[in-house]
Write a protein that binds this ligand. Structure first.
Ligand SMILES: *Cc1c(COP(=O)(O)O)cnc(C)c1O
Length: 413
């Protein structure tokens, strides 16, 4: 046995999060490095959803809106998400999708800076965010401009007195580079702008302190590191100081101050409920609740430390084993500058990742050339990371990846 293996065993034995793995159902023989796309299945999710179907829907019927807490669920789950992203109660709602919530948050932020016209975003941001920002600009009812920060440049450099909103992803979806949320929020405020954060790749992977950082708005999904299941509803945060004045354009009845008064005119709820639109997705929310329960008693500082340890080990092993043939590392080398993921560049990355999947190691590929590996700290071990590195290096051999079965691109990559 090599000294390497002893190191892996030592790190796994000392892992305070090791017991959390039992909260998930991971298929035997699979090393799942795609929890940054769809989190693994919480062992309890099936029972919770079955109970919601049989008891709440089946037996309780419509009374469950009151008796089973359905009506309160978006805010109750919102507070639990808030606990993981440093938001005190009453500022987070679970609802809709990340894309829709970003639409609402950008509109609300722009409405609070009516005299300014620029939204700063990054060219390298997840395209969904750039696309929906175009929709915001087209529907704001005033001339606005999207200023894109070129790849590799500091977003703070794009701030000036014309900027209404700085809207950034905390951790980049592709390379996993992490921004300094607090410093950039401060820079936005110094320029008189508001800061809107997308935490899709941070919530559940890293500690985030929205209140302490003074963030204005934030959004994120629950189906990545929060393990909420496919299509689980997203969440939105609005800082308490903005709640009274923030207006979002999807003025649906669930955001009304008194939806069951059935008044003819819209008046928003005074609190975070104003960010809801229509009827909440109760069954999906029960799965999301099971996902949030996987974090019970878990320290986000320990999650961050384990993410750093897993990702560093993976990088080290890939580079050691592959030597001069190691693919270029896309992610930042310093663990405090990246999220819980590692990306390597490879022109035939799609085929390499497919070959790995055939060997039980599930990562994904982001066009044009990024092989992406997410290390969800709750259910992965250091021995998984070490084994995944061996499999990646095996699959770098063209004799392995150059197989027609690996070349066929599926619709969802
Ligand atoms: C995953 C992700 C989304 C997903 O948005 P949906 O509305 O759920 O499709 C949005 N933004 C970022 C940065 C993401 O990583």
């Amino acid at each position: 046995m090599s000294s390497h293996d002893a190191e892996v065993r030592r790190r796994d034995a000392a892992d305070p999060l090791a017991p959390a793995r039992a909260r998930f159902r991971i298929p035997d023989g699979r090393i799942y490095l795609d929890g940054n796309s769809l989190g693994a299945l919480p062992a309890e999710a099936g029972a919770r959803m079955t109970a919601a179907i049989e008891r709440e829907w089946g037996d309780g019927l419509v009374a469950s809106w009151n008796d089973a807490g359905w009506y309160e669920l978006p805010l109750a789950l919102g507070d639990r998400v808030g606990g993981l992203v440093g938001a005190a109660a009453g500022q987070v709602a679970v609802c809709d999708t990340t894309t829709l919530n970003l639409f609402k948050a950008l509109h609300a932020a722009l409405g609070l800076r009516p005299e300014r016209r620029v939204v700063v975003m990054e060219e390298a941001d997840f395209p969904a965010n750039l696309y929906i920002a175009e929709g915001v600009l087209g529907s704001a009812g005033r001339p606005l401009e999207r200023r894109l920060v070129p790849r590799g440049e500091d977003p703070a450099g794009a701030l000036d007195e014309t900027v209404a909103v700085l809207a950034l992803s905390h951790v980049n979806y592709r390379g996993g580079a992490r921004h300094d949320l607090e410093a950039l929020t401060r820079a936005a405020h110094q320029a008189g702008a508001l800061a809107v954060w997308d935490l899709c790749h941070s919530a559940g992977a890293l500690p985030v302190e929205l209140d302490a950082a003074g963030a204005d708005f934030a959004v994120g999904c629950t189906y990545k590191y929060l393990n909420g299941g496919p299509g689980a509803p997203a969440w939105i945060y609005a800082a308490r100081r903005h709640l009274a004045d923030a207006r979002q354009p999807l003025t649906g009845w669930m955001g009304h101050g008194a939806p069951f008064e059935f008044e003819p005119g819209y008046r928003p709820d005074p609190g975070i409920r104003r960010f809801l639109c229509g009827t909440p997705h109760i069954l999906s929310m029960r799965a999301a609740e099971a996902g949030l329960a996987t974090f019970e008693g878990v320290s986000m500082r320990e999650v961050e430390a384990k993410a750093a340890s897993l990702t560093s080990l993976f990088i080290e092993r890939v580079e050691d084993l592959a030597g001069a043939d190691a693919p270029p590392l896309v992610s930042p080398r310093a663990p405090e500058r990246r999220g819980a993921q590692v990306s390597f560049a490879h022109d035939d990355g799609y085929a390499v990742v497919q070959a790995m999947i055939r060997r039980g190691v599930v990562g994904d590929f982001r066009a044009p050339d990024v092989m992406r590996f997410g290390f969800a700290p709750l259910y992965l071990t250091h021995s998984d990371a070490a084994r995944a590195a061996e499999v990646l290096v095996e699959c770098l051999d063209p004799a392995v990846w150059r197989d027609p079965r690996h070349a066929r691109h599926a619709t969802v990559t």
